[in-house]
Design a protein around this ligand. Structure first.
Ligand code: SF4
Length: 344
């Protein structure tokens, strides 16, 4: 690392937005973090977590930097520092004892996010001990979205093309608080005339700049998705060519969606029929971009709610369309963490 007053472009990893940052480094310590307005994705967006987290946590005097072993009664607060080799031996011995007594399946690893390298490392560690058990917190953080994305075959996570969209359909997400880069993109889209629909029980800052705010009873978003699907199909506003070429099960979806008339969904959700119809029309006049958040993930039936919205993205022809929801594309030869697990 350079010694004095050097500015280094970097990336914030405090959340999956991955904003571009500029680090000021003095005597091998990061002393300041600023947004990088030249970053191609975040374009200068940043938040307080990114500014404070690294400098306050990394150099905090109480940060645990070495293994500590209890030295006395549990709860006495007495610990002694031990070498890494000893710590690793203790952990492995305990794992082996459990495996010997109960079998490998008695072991389970838990990580906070499969997205980072520790997710795959813990899974591989468990495998080494003969256990397939691996837990993560994704049921509260993008997991429902991820599962639906995979089972519907869309692969559109983080592919919102707000810069070219004509309509953003935002469900259970408040980019004004959750994602500064997306919030800037949304405001740019609004300036160029894109319509913004927000589905959220709360009148968030994003709802305040929307053209249409639908305020459903909490947990009824999937009914709204089904009503819009039904409206697109009955009004012949879905993408027939795409449906014929690329989808499976369209007739079953149409049959199921037929149960969700605007009148019935108005009763389920508490949203007026006029507003549901307006939302369907605006979305049909795309290209439209589905923007989603933890409001869906963190409620019951999150996977099924996402499936309904993901089916809407597909049959409306907004999949991988400029201004719609782009599919994830990897540079050739690139392998992500989950693929490492499949291949090993
Ligand atoms: S939104 Fe905040 S925490 Fe997330 S990557 Fe950007 S600066 Fe970091």
């Amino acid at each position: 690392m350079p010694n004095t007053n050097t500015q280094i472009p970097s990336t914030c990893w405090e959340c999956s937005t991955h904003c571009g940052s500029l680090l000021t480094v003095e005597h091998e310590r990061v002393v300041d973090i600023k947004p990088n307005s030249y970053h191609p994705s975040s374009r200068g967006a940043f938040c307080v977590k990114g500014i404070k987290a690294l400098t306050e946590q990394t150099y905090h005097p109480n940060r645990l930097l070495h293994p500590l072993k209890r030295d006395g009664e549990r709860g006495s607060g007495s610990w002694k520092r031990i070498p890494w080799t000893e710590a690793l031996d203790i952990i492995v011995d305990q794992f082996l004892k459990i495996r010997e007594k109960y079998g490998g399946h008695a072991l389970v690893g838990a990580v906070s996010n499969a997205h980072f390298s520790r997710g795959v490392s813990v899974a591989l560690l468990m495998r080494a001990f003969g256990s397939p058990n691996w837990m993560m917190n994704q049921d509260l953080c993008g997991g429902c979205r991820g599962i639906s994305d995979k089972v519907t075959g869309l692969s559109i996570n983080n592919g919102e093309d707000l810069d070219k969209t004509k309509c953003a359909l935002i469900v259970g997400r408040n980019p004004a608080a959750a994602d500064p880069a997306q919030w800037l993109a949304l405001k740019r889209a609004k300036k160029t005339g894109a319509k913004i629909i927000v589905i959220d029980p709360v009148r968030t800052a994003t709802a305040k700049i929307s053209d249409l705010w639908l305020q459903p009873k909490p947990g009824t978003d999937s009914a709204l998705a089904m009503a819009i699907i039904n409206w697109l199909i009955t009004n012949q506003r879905y993408d027939k060519k795409f449906v014929e070429s690329w989808t499976f099960g369209f007739n079953s979806l149409a049959k199921r969606a037929a149960n969700y008339s605007i009148q019935r969904v108005s009763e389920i959700t508490g949203v007026s029929g006029d507003d549901i119809r307006k939302a369907a029309e605006l979305y049909a006049n795309g290209p439209s971009c589905f923007v989603s958040g933890h409001g869906i993930d963190a409620f019951t039936s999150g996977v099924q709610t996402f499936r309904a919205f993901h089916c809407l993205v597909a049959i409306s022809g907004n999949l991988d369309l400029p201004g719609g929801n782009r599919r994830v594309k990897k540079p050739s030869g690139f392998t992500n963490y989950i693929e490492v697990l499949h291949k090993s």
